[in-house]
Design a protein around this ligand. Structure first.
Ligand SMILES: Nc1ccn([C@@H]2O[C@H](COP(=O)(O)O)[C@@H](O)[C@H]2O)c(=O)n1
Ligand SMILES: C[C@@]1(CO)OP(=O)(O)OP(=O)(O)OC[C@H]1O
Length: 164
């Protein structure tokens, strides 16, 4: 078994939507980022890479490389999960938390869970996403951006069987 943790932050900037959990959410600002800025998917990538001792997202997709400019983070996560499987592991479960004063995430969370469940090829009930404000405290509370944390558990994957 392997455990991994990921954390990411993106600040708000000019724009009219946010990409979070693979979902396009209409908003009065956008994210400042090299890719599409999907803070949740980036935290999940880092948790998966961490569990396999494979470094972090910036090592695999440098923000100095034009190849990743405007990248769809679902594509980055697919690439990361391929590395996980090549390392001999598969996801057991994922738990993630979005920290945002706004927008309200609750209506979007079922779609985010559905997207992550499909991308990570797990059965229903293995992915959880939740949200919290920070009670108007700190950079999240001042409405400067969104943070995300993710924790994953991986198991060895042998010939289609998942085991410890
Ligand atoms: N951006 C957010 C933040 C929170 N929620 C939901 O509101 C509930 C209460 O949040 P607290 O900050 O008071 O813990 C929480 O259970 C979230 O489901 C949200 O939808 N969007
Ligand atoms: C995703 C990458 C892609 O270049 O860029 P950003 O969108 O800026 O996101 P970050 O969370 O800073 O991770 C670094 C990069 O891998």
């Amino acid at each position: 078994m392997r455990i991994g943790h990921g954390f990411d932050v993106h600040r708000f900037g000019p724009g009219d939507h946010l990409m979070i959990g693979g979902l396009r959410i209409a908003f009065e600002q956008g994210f400042v980022a090299h890719s599409d800025g999907d803070v949740l998917l980036h935290a999940v990538c880092d948790a998966l890479l961490g569990a396999c001792a494979l470094g972090d997202i910036g090592r695999h997709f440098p923000d100095t490389d034009p190849a990743w400019a405007g990248a769809d983070s679902q594509d980055l996560l697919r690439r990361v999960y391929t590395l996980v499987k090549e390392a001999g592991f598969a996801l057991v479960n994922l738990d993630a938390t979005l920290m945002a004063q706004q927008p309200r995430m609750a209506p979007h969370i079922p779609s985010m869970i559905e997207t992550l469940t499909a991308l990570l090829q797990v059965e229903e009930g293995c992915v959880n996403v939740k949200a919290t404000t920070t009670e108007k405290l700190g950079f999240v509370g001042r409405g400067e951006g969104v943070a995300a944390e993710a924790v994953v558990l991986l198991a060895r994957h042998d010939r289609g069987q998942v085991s410890e």
